[in-house]
Design a protein around this ligand. Structure first.
Ligand code: M6R
Length: 623
């Protein structure tokens, strides 16, 4: 939710850095955007638009700003106040001297606003209290100085900023400039992501590393309640009381090419076709019993920890929750008790949470507010947290006891695809370790599974070949408005995921249902010609799925059956997408990919903005 980028330095064109950063962060929110640059004479130039970054770019480039010393910019996903120019960031104080960009929600903004009744507010946002509060405190402090010398200004600004941050309740990542101190950016965070990029005599502040990856890989991850001071030559970190802190720099392994479209029309289709690599990189050198060292070294989890938990409790949101559900089926099929909860519903379960359960959170971004809250609730309860995360250094990865990174590279499209299959890959790795260590899996069987797992990337590449056939199905059904997805067992979460993919990028009505539930209600919505996507692979429940398909066909449904080369002989359907046959517990990987491709081409045919669907943002960092 919302992307922040800021730059101070003399090496580069500040405006270009902000524009490039905004373009890379646009997936975080895209209903309005804006920038503020400060020239060496101390004049702030503010530009804001309702709409996409391209609109802002046109406006800013026309103005051709010169002698700019630093700047901050923002791309918004609206919470307080409709998408409109006056609600777009940066927000300013009464005199347009202090500018602020913010990601998060200031919960006590109404209370703070009442203290500022002499100030001139121009927006409906919660954010706007921040520049006015800073202005108020600066004015109070400056009045105390008899002669206002320029060397006083920087400490006065810093002190006012720290005091304001201490007053704020809620979540925030902030970057702030004051026209009286050119070159200086102050930043802070609480519960919203913020990272600093370090170059030669230049610094970047951003919501994530994608904002500056083309310039530097050297990064500081800002912690909660940490204040950052930046000017072209200096960087310093402070706690909320103003006490200086030492921090360690990290090196990011992602490459800027990974965050580019590389010839594809959309990030989503590029990311779908990267799933073989993402899967391979996630299992590589981690698969027990073939090669287990890396898993232990990376996660640091001991054999005792793998053996001693009472059960495993998966928690996540959206697509990551569907991976959690797959995890539940997988672990239970090996006799290991498992639960799966939506992170937003997890708080309601805390009274019965067994503190000996291993809480396994799954998240691509590692910044999802509900997932983060689940981590904190479970930790307070005494649970240990195992996190499956994609973004290195993200908040969840830093708060969990153990982390297994999915190595699928940056996922830019709002609709999650490669993150999901790499989460499944991570679950297989974890399962093999746990089941083997807990004597739920004999070494011979474990070797067999490991061997098959290693072959899955090849299977994925074969599935990519069904793209042309899927496009033909899309041509036949693209006039339909309602879709039903159905499956059983471990593929039931894939029915949910297939429906989620379709609705989020094509805005069509799509529902996922357990096939056994159809006769308990949903079958009533079937009418002549309604497309029903039925996952009917050669799993233990194929016979039941076959009957379910006959039942919907008898009521006029047009069935798109997802079969493998064996099950396709048993199933009657209007279209059959055929994938290679794999063991049942790997089947979610083979069944989800055609459904992602299907959703992509439905949205493509409708000419929709696939990578940035309406009303959505990539990381949901507010509750
Ligand atoms: O970053 P996370 O994995 O925690 O994000 C969870 C969900 O917000 C995410 O999977 C969302 O549902 C996607 N838009 C689905 O495609």
């Amino acid at each position: 939710m919302c992307g922040i980028i800021g730059y101070t330095g003399t090496k580069r064109d500040v405006v270009k850095v902000l524009i490039n950063g905004l373009k890379r962060l646009e997936y975080r929110g895209y209903d309005s955007c804006g920038s503020a640059v400060l020239n060496c004479e101390g004049k702030i130039e503010l530009d804001r638009v309702k709409g996409r970054v391209d609109l802002l770019v046109q406006r800013v480039l026309e103005k051709n700003y010169k002698n700019v010393s630093c700047g901050i910019a923002h791309t918004r996903w609206a919470t307080h106040g409709i998408p409109a120019e006056e609600n777009a960031h940066p927000h300013t104080d009464c005199r347009n001297e202090i500018v602020v960009v913010h990601n998060g929600i200031i919960e006590n903004y109404l209370e703070l606003k009442t203290e500022l009744n002499k100030h001139d507010f121009k927006s409906e946002t919660d954010t706007e209290v921040i520049p006015h509060l800073i202005e108020e405190l600066i004015n109070q402090n400056l009045r105390k100085e008899v002669i206002i010398k320029s060397e006083f200004l920087q400490p006065v600004f810093f002190k006012a900023f720290i005091d304001v941050v201490s007053k704020l309740k809620g979540s925030f990542a902030l970057a702030v400039m004051w026209s009286k101190v050119p070159g200086v950016i102050l930043a802070a965070r609480r519960f919203s992501p913020l990272v600093i990029g370090v170059g030669e005599e230049e610094f970047f502040v951003s919501s994530d590393v994608a904002g500056f990856l083309e310039y530097t890989k050297k990064t500081y991850f800002v912690d909660d309640d940490e204040i950052v001071f930046l000017d072209p030559k200096n960087i310093a970190f402070f706690d909320i009381n103003g006490k200086k802190k030492n921090k360690e720099i990290s090196l990011i392994s992602w490459d800027i090419k990974m965050a580019e479209k590389g010839g594809y029309r959309h990030f989503m289709i590029k990311e779908i076709f990267e799933q073989d690599i993402g899967f391979e990189n996630t299992i590589m050198r981690r698969v027990l019993p073939v090669d287990s060292n890396l898993f232990e070294r990376e996660t640091g989890i001991s054999d005792n920890d793998l053996k001693s938990f009472s059960h495993i409790h998966f928690v996540g949101c959206g697509t990551a929750y569907h991976a959690c559900l797959c995890g539940k089926y997988l672990f239970e099929s090996f006799g290991i008790a498992a639960d799966a909860d939506l992170a937003s519903e997890f708080p309601y379960r805390q009274n019965v949470l067994d503190k000996n359960a291993l809480v396994c959170v799954i998240t691509q971004s590692g910044e999802t507010a509900d997932t983060l809250e689940a981590v904190r609730i479970a930790k307070r309860n005494g649970n240990k947290i195992f996190a499956i995360v994609n973004v290195v250094g993200s908040t969840v990865s830093r708060e969990a006891n153990w982390v297994l990174y999915t190595h699928c590279g940056p996922e830019i499209a709002v609709a999650s695809t490669k993150a999901f299959t790499s989460q499944l890959a991570a679950l297989y790795v974890l399962l093999l370790h746990i089941a083997y260590k807990r004597d739920k899996l004999l070494i011979t069987k474990a070797r067999e599974y490991a061997k098959e797992l290693i072959e899955i990337p090849k299977v994925i590449r074969k599935i990519f070949k069904s793209e042309e056939y899927i496009k033909k199905i899309v041509d036949d059904v693209s006039d339909k408005n309602d879709f039903l997805y159905t499956a059983r067992g471990i593929n039931y979460p894939i029915a949910l995921e297939g429906a989620l993919k379709l609705k989020e990028i094509s805005y069509l009505h799509a529902e996922g249902y357990a096939a056994g539930e159809m006769k308990h209600g949903p079958i009533a919505i079937i009418n002549e010609g309604m497309p029903v996507v039925a996952i009917s692979l050669s799993t233990s429940d194929l016979e039941l799925m076959r009957s379910n398909i006959e039942e919907v066909k008898a009521r006029g449904a047009k069935v798109i059956a997802l079969c493998d080369d064996v099950s396709s002989k048993y199933v009657r359907a209007d279209w059959k997408i055929i994938v290679p046959k794999v063991s049942e517990w790997f089947s979610p990987v083979t069944s989800v990919i055609p459904l992602q491709i299907f959703a992509y081409y439905v949205a493509f045919k409708k000419g929709l903005d696939i990578d940035k669907p309406r009303n959505l943002a990539k990381s949901v960092t507010v509750k």
